[in-house]
Design a protein around this ligand. Structure first.
Ligand code: LLP
Length: 447
């Protein structure tokens, strides 16, 4: 987090709290979130996009709860003027329990159950993002049969795949999400628009797309926006309707290691706003209300995971220049159960010795977990002080997003607590799982 600092050779301080105290008070592994950092990033998206699109239109920033959701975090997002994007009935339940105005919640998912759709309709949520023709039909039927009108956005696949450094406008419609735009009037997207406009119980609010995640360059967002805007123009030409909203999804990248150089929200917002305004002007459309759905970029950098060092072992390894060096395996008390991103995506992280500051010699280290898999790596390569010892606290930054939310009980490790820090005070957001929690789900062998 931006508010992490050190005083002299003392421990790392996050949100005014010393990590050693946090570890002592709450145990390790521990997810720590700086509340101020979260709120500041939320505001910076809101302000950057709001200002870039003014005065033509307004922007709703939906915090993507899949990155990390708890009632507190949902409440913080709402207090900062954000809406909340949910991807299941469970996420919807947490957002509601956090007191978020249902009108400011969206529901995503490529396979929503009838129960999830009904829950959303009954709660009066702001938008259901329909992902397929089948789903659009079910939303219409369920709304009809319960005497409601469903506010619907259509998730389209604009054929743009954005990765960190490039965008390739090719066949990325070969995926489970969304309604394909290819084929013009024959396209699934076109059929969906006709159906949605013709269904009495559906209020078609607009179009949505999400082109990927951990994106640094604005170009992919811009190309997708242009495609959706020309589709809006076609819809108007055919049906005489100007849809009111355009959601450009999430995916704004963050720095996991020093090699990553993400853009500021301001830079992305300005590039995107210029493109959207120009495309709308070309098609003589008024600029629709814009929404975006950042998750990682808001909560990712606000979070740190604290671990305690356990067993260490040194092995000799060859270096690319033909020499050799020592790699130290530093095992910590968590691993792939609290951060699956290494195993899933080969994700890279960094780490620091956080409990104390040690000057002097450093050793090439690999931070590994305690699970029964050799791929259980938290940080592949990092230079840690050679004097690192058992019981030292390590901090792995940028773990606020997709770490708790992807966490598991593998090997029956208990899932760590999530604490928020602010002004030197910590508050448990989600308590540590206990052995009783785990045994509570087991019906119990009786001989
Ligand atoms: N909106 C939609 C429709 C999405 O599918 C996603 C992410 C987001 C917003 C938020 O994306 P973000 O701003 O957080 O990148 N588990 C993976 C990331 C999966 C993202 C899935 N969808 C990871 O840990 O990298």
């Amino acid at each position: 987090p931006a508010d992490a600092r050190r005083e002299g050779s003392g421990p790392l301080i996050i949100g005014g709290a010393e990590v050693t105290e946090l570890a002592q008070q709450h145990g390790t592994p521990l997810y720590v979130i700086s509340e101020e950092d979260f709120r500041r990033r939320a505001r910076s998206f809101r302000d950057a996009f709001g200002e870039a699109f003014a005065p033509e239109t307004e922007v709703d920033v939906f915090y993507a709860g899949k990155a990390f959701l708890s009632t507190h975090v949902a409440g913080w997002a709402a207090e900062e003027g954000l809406c909340v994007d949910t991807a299941s009935g469970g996420e919807l339940a947490i957002a509601q329990a956090g007191g978020v105005d249902p009108a400011r919640i969206g529901l995503h998912g490529n396979n929503k159950s009838d129960a999830e759709i009904l829950r959303a309709l009954e709660a009066g949520i702001g938008r259901i993002i329909a992902d397929s023709l089948d789903e659009l039909d079910r939303i219409a039927e369920l709304a009809q049969s319960t005497g409601r009108t469903a506010p619907v956005m259509l998730r389209l696949t604009p054929g743009v795949h954005a990765s960190t450094h490039e965008y390739i406008a090719t066949a990325h419609e070969d995926q489970k999400f969304g309604l394909s735009l290819s084929g013009g009037r024959e396209s699934v997207a076109w059929i969906a628009v006709q159906k949605a406009l013709d269904a009495a119980a559906v209020d078609l609010r607009g179009l949505h797309c999400h082109i990927g995640s951990q994106i640094f360059e604005p170009t992919g967002f811009e190309v997708a926006a242009q495609k959706l805007i020309s589709f809006l123009a076609e819809i108007r030409a055919d049906r005489g309707v100007e849809l009111e909203e355009l959601d450009l999804g999430g995916g704004h990248g963050i720095a996991y290691t020093e090699a990553d150089a993400p853009r500021d929200p301001q830079e992305i917002a300005q590039a995107l706003a210029a493109t959207v305004k120009q495309a709308c002007a070309e098609h003589e459309l008024s600029v629709p209300r814009i929404s975006i759905e950042p998750g990682r970029a808001i909560v990712g950098p606000a979070g740190v995971t604290l671990y305690s060092v356990g067993v260490q072992k040194d092995v000799g390894v060859d270096t690319p220049d033909g020499g050799s060096t020592t790699r130290r395996y530093v095992a910590v008390d968590g691993g792939m159960s609290d951060n699956a991103r290494g195993v899933l995506y080969d994700a890279d992280y960094s780490a620091v010795l956080a409990g104390r500051k040690v000057e002097g010699e450093h050793t090439l280290s690999r931070i590994v977990g305690k699970h029964c898999e050799s791929g259980d790596i938290v940080v592949r390569d990092v230079y840690l002080p050679t004097a690192t010892e058992r019981g030292d606290i390590l901090a792995v930054p940028a773990t606020g997003a997709y770490c708790h939310s992807l966490s598991s009980n593998y090997n029956y490790l208990t899932r760590p607590a999530v604490v928020a820090v602010k002004d030197g005070v910590s508050q448990v957001l989600i308590r540590r799982e206990t052995e009783e929690d785990m045994l509570g789900r087991d019906t119990g062998f009786a001989p």
